[in-house]
Design a protein around this ligand. Structure first.
Ligand code: ATP
Ligand code: MG
Length: 251
């Protein structure tokens, strides 16, 4: 579904490649979390994948084709929910349709209404973003990402600003969405437990600059519930991943 072939990236103000000949691939329909310490370049991988940043070298393929010159091959939910405060929730959600063009206002409204219903936000179409709770805003932002119609979804720390209980119900909700819509999901998180709950395998940045992503399978079957996190092999893996990340943090 997504393949990086020897991809490099250097920010103009830096004198090294933060992403250094990185190759990895993810299969269609899979769910992977990416974990790594702050500032290691995780969001940079997403920004290149969706075409916001141009790699210095290498090739990025989506469904076997280079992304160069292509549009609408992935849905991207940035690190903040970024709903426009001056637009209604429905107008925010319908934004990808507006950009794509070809649908009337009434058709866009109908599609936005259906997408909101799908994420449990019936009746929120004409509300303003500030009238929603944090979890509801994240679901609206997710509905907007879904309305891009893309099979590849890049979600950058979508739940990091949520309180613990909202976050765990959103995790369960997301697994359900993934299973129903059969999307390919890449999900960046700092929360190792979240990564273990959500992923089929975790992609770990073992040390920056990013030369490879270590793929670590998660030893629990789907459907999962939170008790899966208590399995001895899951507890062991969690501790292993925390150790691995802590070794890189210098304070
Ligand atoms: N526009 C920019 N110009 C120069 N350097 C940048 C720019 N954006 C990011 N960086 C640097 O590149 C590095 C990687 O940034 P990136 O946002 O990819 O990190 P991240 O792994 O997503 O971090 P976090 O977990 O904190 O979100 C950081 O050290 C950051 O300071
Ligand atoms: Mg980031």
């Amino acid at each position: 579904m997504l393949e990086f072939q020897e991809v490099s990236y250097q920010y103009p103000s830096e004198d090294f490649d933060i992403i250094d000949r990185l190759s990895f691939s993810v299969a269609p329909g899979s769910f992977h979390c990416i974990i790594g310490i702050s500032g290691c370049g995780k969001s940079t991988i997403f920004r290149m994948t969706n075409g916001l940043l141009q790699p210095k070298g290498g090739t990025i393929l989506v469904e076997g084709q280079s992304i160069v010159g292509r549009k609408r091959y992935c849905g991207y939910m940035p690190q903040k929910d970024l709903l426009f405060p001056w637009r209604t929730v429905g107008e925010n959600v319908a934004l990808p349709l507006e950009i794509q063009g070809g649908l009337s206002k009434a058709e866009r409204r109908d599609r936005a209404e259906a997408a909101l219903r799908d994420v449990g936000l019936s009746g929120c179409l004409d509300k303003m973003p500030h009238e929603l709770s944090g979890g509801m805003r994240q679901r609206a932002a997710f509905a907007r990402t879904m309305l891009t119609g893309c099979d590849l979804l890049l979600l950058d720390e979508p739940f990091s600003a949520l309180d613990f209980l909202t976050r765990i119900s959103m995790q369960e909700w997301l697994v359900d969405q993934w299973r129903r819509h059969q999307k390919t999901i890449l999900f960046i998180t700092h929360d190792v437990e979240e990564a273990l709950f959500l992923s089929e395998s975790v992609l770990v940045v073992e040390h920056p600059p990013i030369r490879e992503l270590a793929e670590i399978p998660v030893p629990a079957a789907f459907p999962r519930d939170r008790s899966s996190l208590k399995l001895p092999e899951m507890v062991e893996l969690k501790e292993h991943l925390i150790d691995l990340l802590r070794k890189q943090v210098t304070v």
